[in-house]
Design a protein around this ligand. Structure first.
Ligand code: PEP
Ligand code: MG
Length: 324
């Protein structure tokens, strides 16, 4: 019941066999950070900044306005990390009208997220400067969506350096060592993970898009929704690979897609070696409840069998102890 669940927020997030787990919150608007703190999140794992840009009646927020919004989240989180994901428009998310920028791609394979930002360097630099300025007041971090190519990564990192230079010239305060992370949400990125491990301070798996692109299922198309399957063996294979490679390289790795907030999948993700989860605050204590009852060592024993299982019966057998 709810009272019991509420009590859990004071408990350490640790498995039965002593593995410490970190639970972060996904937020869409700055004020959501209040609820994140309320349920005991240890930071914001995903701030979907595009929600500041999607108001149909407003022009795009300028640097000052964005800075104030990012700063608000940083302040509300009292020194805990805040991953500000740079604008992820296109596909299902449209930009506010009143701008002549509504020509972002409408296809999930089109001009969206970082692809769009790199075609609008002034808008991107403005956002980067706003995030950097917020980093003077707490642990604001930059997180980049939808990267796949080395060239895109290099261009992105070059623009981050440029934004720092611009602020330096203007005498504005920022953290020069701000952490920069990448979302792993395109299968190609997962398959060349060393590229990302080498260039970024942290990684976060966007399972919503990783599933969409791996299975070629448009997230917004109801006609194929029944084929959208987080447990497809190809997805589990990719997750296992990403998590274990990042762990081996000592690069922080989280999951911030919907899978992380589904208590039915908590044991499975723990078994795959995940220790950092980011989810909507309403799910956090439910996931925590699963963690407190889990024995990672025991769960992990089922993984070799699971990763070999491509037949549904074999997979169901391997998953028997891994799903709640
Ligand atoms: C994801 O793709 O899993 C993700 C967290 O980002 P979004 O849902 O905003 O695309
Ligand atoms: Mg995504």
């Amino acid at each position: 019941d709810t009272r019991q669940l509420q009590q859990l927020k004071y408990a350490k997030t640790r498995t039965l066999d002593g593995v410490d787990i970190s639970l972060f919150a996904n937020i869409e608007l700055p004020e959501d950070a209040t609820q994140a703190v309320e349920v005991g999140a240890v930071g914001v794992g995903l701030f979907r900044s595009e929600f500041l840009f999607m108001d149909r009646n407003q022009a795009l927020p300028d640097e000052e306005k964005q800075y104030q919004e990012y700063r608000r989240v940083v302040d509300l989180m009292h020194g805990l990390p805040v991953n500000i994901r740079t604008i992820d428009v296109g596909a299902d998310k449209a930009l506010g009208a009143g701008t002549d920028l509504s020509q972002t791609g409408t296809s999930p394979l089109g001009l969206r997220a970082i692809r769009w930002s790199l075609t609008e360097p002034e808008i991107f630099l403005t956002q980067l400067r706003a995030i950097l300025r917020a980093s003077a007041h707490g642990q604001a971090r930059i997180m980049i969506p939808m990267l796949a190519h080395a060239k895109e990564i290099d261009e992105t990192l070059r623009l981050i350096e440029k934004a720092k230079q611009q602020l330096h010239q203007r005498g504005k305060a920022f953290n020069p060592n701000i952490q920069v992370g990448a979302m792993i949400e395109i299968p190609a990125a997962a398959l060349v993970l060393p590229l990302f491990i080498k260039r970024f301070d942290f990684l976060s798996i966007g399972t919503n898009d990783l599933i969409q692109y791996t299975l070629a299922i448009d997230r917004a198309d109801h006609a194929v929704a029944h084929l959208y399957d987080p447990l497809h063996p190809a997805i589990l294979y990719l997750l296992s690979n990403i998590i274990s490679q990042a762990k081996r390289a000592n690069v922080p790795i989280s999951v911030c897609g919907e899978m992380a907030g589904d208590p039915a999948l908590t044991k499975l993700l723990l078994a795959l070696g995940l220790t950092d989860f980011s989810m909507h605050f309403s799910q956090l204590l439910l996931v925590k409840q699963e963690i407190l009852q889990a024995d990672v060592g025991q769960l992990q024993a089922h993984i070799p069998q699971l990763l070999e299982a491509v037949e549904p019966e074999a997979q169901a057998k391997a998953l028997e102890f891994l799903l709640a």
